[in-house]
Structures are given as C-alpha cells and as structure tokens.
Ligand binder design. Structure first.
Ligand code: ADP
Length: 529
C-alpha cells in the first residue's frame, strides 16, 4: 500500500480557490434559493446562498463549497443571456470584433495555465502535467481556432429557375445552454463555448457538479478579456435541478450536451416537451480497437492500454473493447499484462504518474461493481480488479478475458480503466487471403466491432491499407483511428453515430451547429410573381 497524496512532488503550490459563486450577467453572485431559505429562517441580516461540496478525489476531502444554482438562478442567467442576445452588442458586432476579444480571452487562459491545470487536477483527479501541456492549452487553441473562423461566416447566393434573386444568411441560433461533463472540464467547456461565441450566440454553461472550479475561473477571464456582461453565464449546480432547468427552459434556443446516454435521453425529452429547442448530444461509447496479425505487437499493446487508461478510462472514446487476431493474440496478451502491471498510479501532481483517481466516489463504486458483474458473468480477470492505495478513488488497470459480446461488461460503457480483450479467428484457409479486401477475417472483425448500440469511435491497427480502408468504411462510428488511437485536432469533427449522439464538435461543423440558415429572396424585375 502506498501513500498516494503528496502534491509537493511537483513543487507546485495548490492555488487558493478564488471563485465559488454563480457567474450571472458579469457578476459573481450567491444562489437565490439559499437566500430565500435565510429569509424564511429570519436571519435576513446576512443572507448567503445555498452551496454544495466539491471534493478532491485524491483524498475524498472537501476542497471548498460552491454556490448551488437551481431553476431560479437559471432563469436569471437566461434573462441576462436573452437581453444580451436581443439587445446587446455581441451578436451585432462584426466577426472580427468578436475574434479580437476571443483572442484576448485565449491569451488570458495561456497566462493562467498552471493555476487552471491545478484546479482541474484537484477537482477531477486529472494529471497536472497533461493539463498544463495539453488540456488547458487546447482550451486556448479552441478560442484561437474559432476566432479565426468568426469573420468567415457567410451564406451563399442561390440560383433559381425563376426570376428571383435569393441568398442565405447564417445567423446565430440565439441563447444556448451548454451542459458539460466532468471528465475534461476545460476542453469540454471550450469545445462548446468557443464556437458559440464565434457564432454570436449568448449562453449559459452548467458545469458538472463534480468539477465546477475551472469553469468559474474561465468566466472571470472572459470578463477580463471584454466579453460583454450576459454573454457567458455559468450556473454551477446539480443535473436534476440546474441542468434540468436548462434543458426544459422555454427561452433557451438550443441545448448542447456532453455526457451519458441516459442523461442525453432526458435532455432530448425535456427539449421536446418544452419549446422544441435544438439539441446536440455527444454521448457514451464502447469503442472497439481491432488489431490484425501484421501489427507491431509491442506498439499495439501500448496503444490499446493508453486507449483505455488515458484519463483513467473516463473518456467517451476509450478503447474498451479490444479485438486481437489469433496469430498474435498470445504475445499481445503477455505484453498487455506486463505493461498494465507496470502502469504507475499515484498523485496526479507527480510528473511520473500515469493514472490518477477516478472523479468521485460514485464513479469509483460504479466501476468496482462492473468488475464484480464481469466476474459473475464468467469473465476472467487477467490483471487488476481492485481499488488501489490507502485513500482516494483509485482503481487498478483492469483487463478481462473470456468475454462474450452479450456480457454486460462488453456492452455497457464502464467509464473506467477496464478493458475487455477478445480474439478473432484466422483459419489457415482464410489466412492466405488476408491481403484481400473480401477476406472473411476482416468481415468477422467488422461485424463484432459493429455489434454495439454505440458508435462513437473505433481503431484499426494493420500495415495493410486495403484492410484499414475497408474497416474504416464499414464501421458505423464518427471517428476512425488507423494505426493510432485517441488523437484529436481542433479542426477534426468529433461526434457519434447511433446511440453515441448526433451533432459534431470541433472543426467547422462544430461552429455551424450554432448557426441557422435564413433564406432571403426578391424579384429580379418588376413582375408580381
Ligand atoms: P454522471 O455524472 O452520472 O456521469 P453525466 O455524465 O451524464 O452524468 O452528467 C453530465 C452533465 O449532465 C453534468 O453537468 C450533470 O449535472 C448533467 N445532468 C445530469 N442529469 C441531468 C438532467 N436530468 N438534466 C440535465 N442535466 C443533467
């Protein structure tokens, strides 16, 4: 057993928490409900809003209390966002003016990288170094990318067989509600906020209750950069209260959600039964990684393990189903276990650590209960399967074999460091035709990979590009990685097929979903029709 909490290892001092209140109309404010509670209790001389704990998953200890927003606060935030959209400067500015403010916002993120990385580290158990080098810079990069697109939004002139002059305008959708998850608090924030700002929308962000700290800091920096009051509001709080108030609000024009498929379904229902607001959903996955006999076994084992253990498996596109062709299966299994056993867990501030704690107790227990289910279903644990360390919410890297596709551990998204390893056949007769694109081996892999209600991502490792291309075109998923896994770029659209959702983030598709098309027409000459 090791003591797994010593932030000093990085020589980085955890910052004081500066922002704990709701950010509405350019001000940090208490939640309304708590103030009403105080009035009822006749302690009106000093009213404070209702609050909730945010917890450090390295220890299970409370970091600070955060304002608990609810329906009333969402109403206030929507009122501010509506006013800013209907009468404020933001949607009326040129794209270039918005871009300048967004670039300043990006500069401020870059000036505060370490502090923001530390906030996501203590709130979500994310690796500090990853935050510092990748995640927080990516937030700034998103602002820069969409700032570059803000003055290039335009419609087109339409051709008609009738004497009409017609064109389209691309207009901002209006007030957007962003509901974001806890696994990538900063990237998810800017994957939604940056394109919506560029489009000229105004917005309410509801961060996950597990990770509110960085979102409030971002709001403060937005104000410093010159984002006008009311354009970007942050209401911290729980999903069934504040989140539900966003998805069912009558005056929000679109809800953009990233999170679990179950909650995605609730959001769509709420949107349908309220004002039919536009919906975009980035949901769960159970992504397959298919490894053919001709792949480099060592590299393949490293990629497969990284694909599932990156961010402790709290990744919607994690490689949670790994299919390995028979010829290299034995060697692959051996390497995978060696590497999983050597994987370093520990304090996420320690630069040597590769895996920190799961985000909270609920997720930690959920993962452990899935491991129990896997064993009961007849899966065999090759390695892992237990909590790690003396405190905090750590789970060992876990690999199951003897997994069948109808088992729960092969079907459900576990959202933790749990991999199901499976084998696919290559009979001698078929082996000779491995290079052929019609090979049955390839078909078996494709069929099994597609056997899921999800369709977010998939990976294929092979030197044969015919096979890679055939797999890429046949898998029903939004992202295909050939000879890599988990790679992303700000310009590459990201999103799912099937029950992994719809709508895309990143790239120009990620901007266009915050725009709507208006068609304008006029007669070309003086005829009535
Ligand atoms: P979990 O925390 O159980 O994994 P999600 O990952 O789906 O749930 O949560 C993602 C986001 O959705 C969080 O911000 C959460 O507060 C919010 N949320 C949860 N339930 C609802 C709901 N019923 N309506 C709106 N938002 C919700």
């Amino acid at each position: 057993e090791q003591n797994n909490t010593s932030a000093d290892q990085s020589h980085f001092k955890i910052p004081d928490i500066k922002f704990t209140k709701l950010f509405i109309n350019g001000e940090f404010v208490d939640s309304i409900k708590g103030q009403i509670d105080c009035l009822h209790k006749d302690v009106s001389s000093k009213t404070i809003g209702r609050t909730f704990d945010t917890v450090d998953p390295r220890t299970g200890e409370v970091i600070v209390r955060i304002a608990e927003g609810d329906k009333e606060d969402v109403d206030a935030a929507v009122k501010a966002a509506r006013e800013a959209f209907d009468h404020g400067p933001w949607p009326r500015m040129s794209g270039f003016q918005r871009a300048r403010i967004m670039l300043k916002f990006a500069d401020l993120i870059e000036q505060n990288i370490e502090e923001l990385a530390a906030l996501d580290c203590i709130d979500a158990g994310k690796l500090f170094l990853w935050g510092k080098l990748v995640d927080i810079p990516f937030g700034a990069r998103l602002l820069q990318y969409y700032a570059g697109a803000a003055d290039k939004v335009h419609g087109e002139v339409l051709k008609s067989s009738r004497p009409l002059h017609a064109y389209t305008l691309k207009e901002p959708i209006g007030v957007v509600g962003h509901i974001i998850p806890w696994n990538f608090p900063t990237s998810n924030f800017f994957m939604k906020v940056a394109p919506a700002l560029a489009a000229g929308c105004t917005m309410i962000v509801k961060p996950a209750e597990q990770t509110p700290l960085s979102a409030l800091f971002h709001a403060h920096l937005a104000k410093q950069a010159g984002v006008p009051d009311g354009v970007l509001n942050v209401v911290t709080g729980f999903g069934h209260t504040a989140g539900a108030a966003v998805s069912s609000h009558m005056d929000i024009d679109m809800v953009s959600f990233t999170g679990s498929t179950e909650v995605g379904r609730l959001i769509m229902q709420a949107a349908a039964t309220s004002n039919l607001k536009m919906v975009s959903l980035e949901l769960g996955g159970k992504s397959p990684l298919i490894i053919f006999d001709d792949a480099d076994v060592d590299k393949a084992a490293e990629l497969a393990l990284n694909g599932i253990l990156f961010n402790k498996g709290e990744v919607c596109a994690a490689s949670s189903r790994v299919y390995v062709q028979e010829g290299i299966y034995g060697e692959f299994e051996k390497k995978l276990i060696e590497k999983a056993k050597a994987w370093k867990l520990g304090d996420p501030f320690d630069p040597e650590t590769r895996q920190g704690p799961q985000v909270d107790k609920k997720q930690f227990e959920r993962i452990l209960s899935y491991i129990d289910i896997g064993v009961k279903e007849g899966g065999t644990l090759l390695t892992g399967g237990k909590p790690w360390g003396s405190k905090g919410y750590y789970v060992e890297p876990t690999v199951f074999v003897d997994v069948k596709e109808d088992m729960q551990i092969a079907r459900d998204e576990i959202f933790g460091p749990v991999l199901s390893l499976m084998k696919f056949k290559c009979t001698p007769k078929i082996r000779s035709c491995l290079r052929s694109v019609t090979c049955r081996t390839v078909e078996e892999a494709i069929e099994r990979a597609n056997n899921s209600k999800y369709g977010l991502a998939a990976g294929v490792l092979t030197k044969d590009m015919n096979v890679a291309n055939r797999v890429s075109r046949s898998i029903r998923a939004g992202i295909i990685w050939i000879n890599c896994y988990s790679s992303l770029d700000v310009g590459f659209p990201f999103g799912g097929y099937k029950m992994s959702g719809f709508g895309r983030e990143l790239g120009l598709d990620g901007l266009h979903k915050y725009l709507q098309v208006k068609t304008v027409m006029t007669p070309l000459h003086d005829s009535p029709w």
